[in-house]
Design a protein around this ligand. Structure first.
Ligand SMILES: [Zn+2]
Length: 285
């Protein structure tokens, strides 16, 4: 497969290098303001969160409840990390990891110095487990952990570096302008047209005990590699065809081929988040 290399050319640029960085940063900020795709849409995060809630041990549930504001649920706080993203600039790179799509697996050498979705899952899990850490830090760690386990299961959050995980790949999704990242964040899920409650039921029922056993192992790095493998398929309109090009028309065949992957990844995120939380707050004898 051939992936077009995106080259940013700043014409007529005059000025020192430092200012170029400022300009690029402001261009990026403008793109962000226009509305980038930041993770599963609200419904994807909430559905995964609701399924996780049903899979917690009593001890883990009590520990989570004690950290959250009374009345708040995992589903409620699952989008918090996206909501604070503008104010918490340092957290931007933590929602994803971009690596060349042709790489066989996630590798630590692709992690920027700011950290990424894989390293931050480890970092926040440690803070959450540290009963000596200040409550506010553990509370934030819980909220980040919930969101990042979900984000990293969104295949193009372990996405192609040259198009920023599909954000720069404009496509037509059911004849509406979109980009590949957005199709995966929310397009596939929303097109299926179920309510949040229906999704929770559908996906909860689909999870088998054998799957829970198979999914409750590995490391965030392993799960990132799974996302990368699915992301590779996301760049094809049908298996075995050339990589999607700008303006590609994605419709029912793409929906039918890829919605099952999106569903499976939400199920896996839900099961693994519960697994992590249950292990972080073990049952005492
Ligand atoms: Zn996110």
């Amino acid at each position: 497969m051939v992936y077009p290399l995106k080259v940013i050319v700043v014409k007529n640029w005059i000025g020192p290098k430092k200012s170029l960085r400022v300009l690029l940063a402001s261009l990026l900020a403008t793109t962000v303001m226009v509305g980038p795709a930041w993770g599963w849409g609200r419904i994807g995060h909430r559905v995964a969160g609701k399924i996780t809630e049903t899979r917690l041990t009593p001890t883990a549930k009590a520990a989570v409840d004690a950290l959250l504001t009374p009345g708040e649920s995992i589903a409620d706080v699952s989008t918090w990390a996206d909501e604070v993203r503008r104010d918490r600039r340092e957290s931007g790179p933590w929602h994803y990891i971009n690596i060349p799509i042709t790489e066989p697996r996630y590798d630590a050498r692709f992690v920027p110095k700011e950290g990424c979705v894989v390293t931050k899952i480890d970092d926040f899990r440690k803070i959450l487990a540290d009963t000596k850490a200040p409550r506010i830090e553990r509370q934030e760690a819980l909220k980040f952990l919930i969101h990042f386990v979900q984000d990293m299961h969104q295949p193009v959050h372990v996405g192609h570096r040259d198009d920023r995980g599909g954000n720069d790949l404009q496509v037509q999704f059911f004849e509406k302008g979109s980009n590949l990242h957005s199709v995966w964040d929310s397009g596939l899920i929303e097109h299926a047209n179920h309510t949040e409650k229906e999704w929770v039921e559908i996906l909860s029922k689909a999870i088998t005990p054998e799957q829970v056993e198979a999914w409750s192992k590995g490391t965030p790095a392993d799960w990132a590699t799974e996302s990368l493998e699915i992301a590779r398929g996301a760049y094809q309109n049908a298996p075995g065809t050339d990589a999607l090009k700008k303006g590609a028309k994605l419709g029912q065949p793409y929906q039918d081929a890829n919605l099952p992957f999106a569903e499976k990844r939400i199920e896996m995120a839900a099961v693994r988040l519960a697994w992590i939380l249950n292990a972080t707050f073990p049952e005492t004898k």
